[in-house]
Structure formats: structure tokens, C-alpha cells
Design a protein around this ligand. Structure first.
Ligand SMILES: Nc1ncnc2c1ncn2[C@@H]1O[C@H](COP(=O)(O)OP(=O)(O)OP(=O)(O)O)[C@@H](O)[C@H]1O
Length: 261
């Protein structure tokens, strides 16, 4: 049985027209993301990682080539609520409680009170935030706020989760903890995850597939299928298999680096 592609990009190019001239954010990207994969995008600043996620989410239009989400245009997939989006900063509304923040997309979609309550309870349980429903974002730590924003992205129960460097601003211990929680959540929910990061260990620890990118123009320089087992305790990061994949990612990053800045 072939596993269906959730995201399929073919020769995707995307150029921004700025007052300083054209900026090619993505050049000829061809990539398939299958259902249930955990795919990390890694590369230096400006290599088009966010732009690729935004193209999936129908927030940017390709200049040439094509991209399909669940076999349809990103616009139609967006209407079908095909994905949840987690941003770099938690981006919670400070005047809303945690449960009201998670409820926001459901309110916009006109969910019934009962269905809203059920979804809020379920997603907050998934990210271990039961008991914090009535708190305001400022009453939570940075890691908890980011978990709340993951809960908000999960509220629709979309099969695809787009995560743009969600843990970049957190200290390493909190990040480690959230990495293993995210893996657990991914296994429990069997979602497809696209995850942007600057961290080699984070990419290797989390992913089934690592997409290495390089800037000017943004392109894919390597796609690594991970050979690590599904079960990943944090100390897997010291194993030879893990270090070998990390070395290959580093090599890909070096090869695409121009050092001219
Ligand atoms: N709306 C826009 N208008 C003009 N240029 C843009 C726009 N959005 C992105 N760019 C440019 O496109 C390139 C790719 O940007 P993008 O944000 O996708 O990179 P990134 O790899 O996600 O970077 P970072 O790691 O810093 O988030 C950059 O050169 C950026 O300046």
C-alpha cells in the first residue's frame, strides 16, 4: 500500500519583488511529505524555511512550479482546515485565558458550546495543561505558553501541523522536555508534522526526514531519511547512529553556506 502524500511540491519557486529587486526565497524545490512523517526543515536564516511553510498554508503563492496539500490546492486545503499552525512566539492573546485562547479558532468557525468544551479539554490534556484553563498567558512559563499555542493549533484536529521554530526562544532544558513531549504527542495522534528549526540535535532527535536547505536562492541541498528507531529516549543523542545523521546534516549545511555576509 502506498502512503498518500500530504504535501507534494514540484519545482516550486517563489520570488518576492522588493524595492531592492527580486529575492528568490525558494528555487526549484521538489519534495513529498507522506502521511505520518515528522519532517524538519533546517538551514541558515533566509533559506526559505518559513516561506515553504507559508506556501503550504496558502499564505504565499508560488511564482512557478506547484504545491498540493492533501491532493488539492493550498487554498482549498486551507478552506478544509487541513492544518494547524504554530508560530515562533506563542502569540497568545494576553487578555484571554488559556482556554479562551484555544477556543478562538473554534469560535471563529462557529463550533457549538459542547464541541468547543470537548476540544479544549482534549487538546489541553494532550499538552499536559489540565488545571491551567482559567490562567492568563502571563501566569504561565514560556514553555507552557508554547504548549498552549500547540493546543490551539491542535484544536481543529487537522492531520497536518506546521510548526515554525516553536521552541527557538526557550532554554535548553525546557526545549529538551518539549521535544520529547512533542514526539509523544506525534505518536499518539499520528499527525504529519512540518517543523522548522535551526538546531541540528533538535532536527535529528525529532524527525523521520530532515530537509537541509541553503540560501540565495533558497533550495534543498539534502533530504535525509532517518534510520533512528521510533522509540527515542533523550540519551539517543549520544549514540553513533544519531551522531552520524547529525554529521551528515552539518555537512549539508556547510556545503550550502557562502560565508559572504
Ligand atoms: N514578504 C516578503 N517580502 C520580501 N522578501 C521576503 C518576504 N518574506 C521573506 N522574504 C525573504 O525571502 C527569504 C526567505 O525568507 P524566510 O523567512 O522564508 O527564511 P527562513 O529560512 O525562514 O529564515 P529564518 O530562519 O530567519 O526564519 C529571505 O531573504 C527573506 O528576506
Amino acid at each position: 500500500m502506498t502512503i498518500p502524500a500530504v504535501v507534494s511540491a514540484t519545482d516550486l519557486s517563489l520570488t518576492f519583488h522588493t524595492s531592492d529587486g527580486p529575492v528568490t526565497a525558494l528555487s526549484d524545490v521538489t519534495l513529498d511529505i507522506k502521511k505520518g512523517e515528522f519532517v524538519s526543515f533546517i538551514g541558515p536564516s533566509g533559506c526559505g524555511k518559513t516561506t515553504f511553510l507559508r506556501a503550504i498554508a496558502d499564505l504565499e503563492r508560488p511564482t512557478s512550479g506547484s504545491i498540493e496539500v492533501n491532493g488539492q490546492t493550498p487554498g482549498n486545503a486551507r478552506k478544509d482546515r487541513a492544518y494547524g499552525y504554530v508560530f515562533q512566539a506563542a502569540a497568545l492573546y494576553p487578555w484571554r485565558t488559556i482556554e479562551k485562547n484555544v477556543a478562538l479558532p473554534l469560535e471563529i468557525m462557529g463550533y457549538s458550546k459542547a464541541l468547543k468544551a470537548e476540544r479544549i479539554a482534549r487538546t489541553l490534556a494532550l499538552v499536559n495543561l489540565e488545571g491551567f484553563e482559567k490562567k492568563y498567558p502571563w501566569q504561565l512559563s514560556g514553555g507552557m505558553q508554547q504548549r498552549a499555542s500547540i493546543a490551539r493549533a491542535l484544536a481543529f484536529d487537522a492531520d497536518l501541523l506546521l510548526m515554525d521554530e516553536p521552541f527557538g526562544a526557550l532554554d535548553e532544558i525546557v526545549r529538551d522536555h518539549l521535544n520529547s513531549e512533542l514526539l509523544k504527542l506525534w505518536k499518539e495522534t499520528q499527525k504529519t508534522i512540518c517543523f522548522v528549526t535551526h538546531s541540528i540535535p533538535e532536527a535529528v532527535y525529532l524527525s523521520t526526514k530532515i530537509v537541509v536547505m541553503s540560501p540565495r536562492p533558497g533550495r534543498v541541498t539534502d533530504i535525509i531519511e532517518s534510520s533512528l528507531p521510533a522509540e527515542r529516549p533523550l540519551d539517543i543523542r549520544e549514540t553513533p547512529e544519531f551522531l552520524a545523521i547529525a554529521a551528515r546534516v552539518r555537512e549539508g549545511l556547510r556545503a550550502g553556506h557562502s560565508y559572504e555576509e
